[in-house]
Design a protein around this ligand. Structure first.
Ligand code: ADP
Ligand code: MG
Length: 343
């Protein structure tokens, strides 16, 4: 199966009560691409996905083109897209295989073709053993794998997922992330995946669409958006950002708290921006004091203070405890410096 292409042109959405959920949005998605819509709750992700699905129409002037065909006026059943929601919307009394094959039966696939396709998806979703089990006897993670297999079954070439992992607990979510990505790519489908979870978005996306208040704030690969954020808002959306002002001469960064090498950076006065993981505790000559430390297990978060009131966040391994008042030295990983996307 080859995935479908998708083109949204000036798609905005105003709900009947006057709520402006989406400003005019342009977005082009290539065949087989996995695109993640990421943004805080209420920013318009579900609204955008519903326009793609045909569950809602854009305001006048908006166009949805699927594989070259203008489907703006087509309802969901005419669009040929698969959907997976946060709540599973499976048939609880039907078996796993029955659920996966349901859409194929509706579409009139022959019994033999249906069986071959269902068997293939059972294997892809690692559900072969559970083929005959009723879905109300499955765990949440298993149900979501059934829901994804069911959506992929008709080979529609376009799959839309709205926070499919949000209802599951943290450990399960992480494991399923990788599995969902593998299933979608294995089937060659184009996917639009909605989430408010940054780690999920970074892990899954070929391309990330960061949304804010009904607009697209930035589109890029996960690394582009993370290391070259288009705005302070986007930078901050992925976690704390440190900023330290000083002067670079011959690859040495000098500031009130000391000096540290930043090879490859141009000479002159500058403010370096970097995430906590690029602040290398013990790795350079910047001197800071621990203000607070927070043990998180795999790591510990250090809130640091410099002599001129500079504040930084750094991570250290969790095993060695730090206490308020401890002195630490810091270096900066030059590869982890943030650059603005327009500079
Ligand atoms: P997200 O999925 O990013 O959390 P939504 O697309 O669901 O955001 O919602 C975007 C905005 O539109 C929110 O302010 C929400 O309250 C509003 N909204 C969503 N659905 C409706 C509706 N049917 N009628 C009126 N307002 C809505
Ligand atoms: Mg939503």
């Amino acid at each position: 199966m080859t995935g479908k292409t998708l083109q949204l042109t000036r798609c905005s959405k105003t709900y009947p009560d006057g709520t402006r959920a989406l400003e005019p949005v342009d977005l082009t998605i290539a065949a087989g691409e996995v695109v993640v819509l990421l943004g805080p709750s209420g920013c318009g992700k579900t609204t955008l996905l519903r326009l793609v699905a045909g569950l809602d129409r854009p305001d006048a002037g908006g166009r949805v083109v699927l594989d070259g065909l203008d489907v703006t006026a087509h309802p969901i059943e005419k669009r040929g897209v698969g959907m997976v929601f946060q709540s599973y919307a499976l048939f609880p009394h039907m078996s796993v295989a029955g659920n996966i094959g349901y859409g194929l039966r509706v579409q009139g696939w022959s019994r033999a073709k249906r069986k071959a396709r269902v068997d293939e998806l059972l294997a892809t979703a690692r559900l072969t053993e559970l083929a005959g089990r009723r879905v109300d006897q499955l765990s949440g993670g298993q149900r979501q794998r059934v829901a994804l297999a069911r959506a992929l079954a008709p080979r529609s070439g376009m799959i839309l997922l709205d926070e499919p992992l949000t209802a599951l607990d943290a450990g399960l979510r992480e494991g399923l992330r990788a599995e969902i990505a593998a299933m979608i790519r294995d089937q060659g489908a184009t996917a639009v995946y909605v989430t408010h979870d940054q780690a999920e978005a970074l892990t899954l996306a070929d391309r990330l669409v960061v949304m804010n208040r009904g607009t697209i704030a930035q589109i890029g690969t996960p690394r582009e958006v993370y290391y070259r954020p288009a705005s302070d808002y986007i930078a901050g959306f992925f976690g704390p950002v440190n900023r330290l002002s000083g002067t670079i001469e011959d690859g040495i960064f000098a500031t009130a708290t000391g000096t540290t090498p930043v090879p490859g950076q141009p000479d002159g006065a500058t403010t370096l921006a970097f995430r906590p993981e690029a602040a290398i505790v013990g790795g350079g000559g910047l001197r800071f004091q621990v203000a607070t430390s927070l043990f998180e297990g795999v790591r510990q978060r250090l809130d640091l203070e410099g002599p001129a009131g500079e504040r930084l966040v750094a991570y250290a391994p969790g095993a060695r405890p730090y206490a308020p008042g401890d002195e630490v030295t810091l270096g900066i990983d030059p590869d982890g410096l943030l650059t603005s996307s327009d500079g």
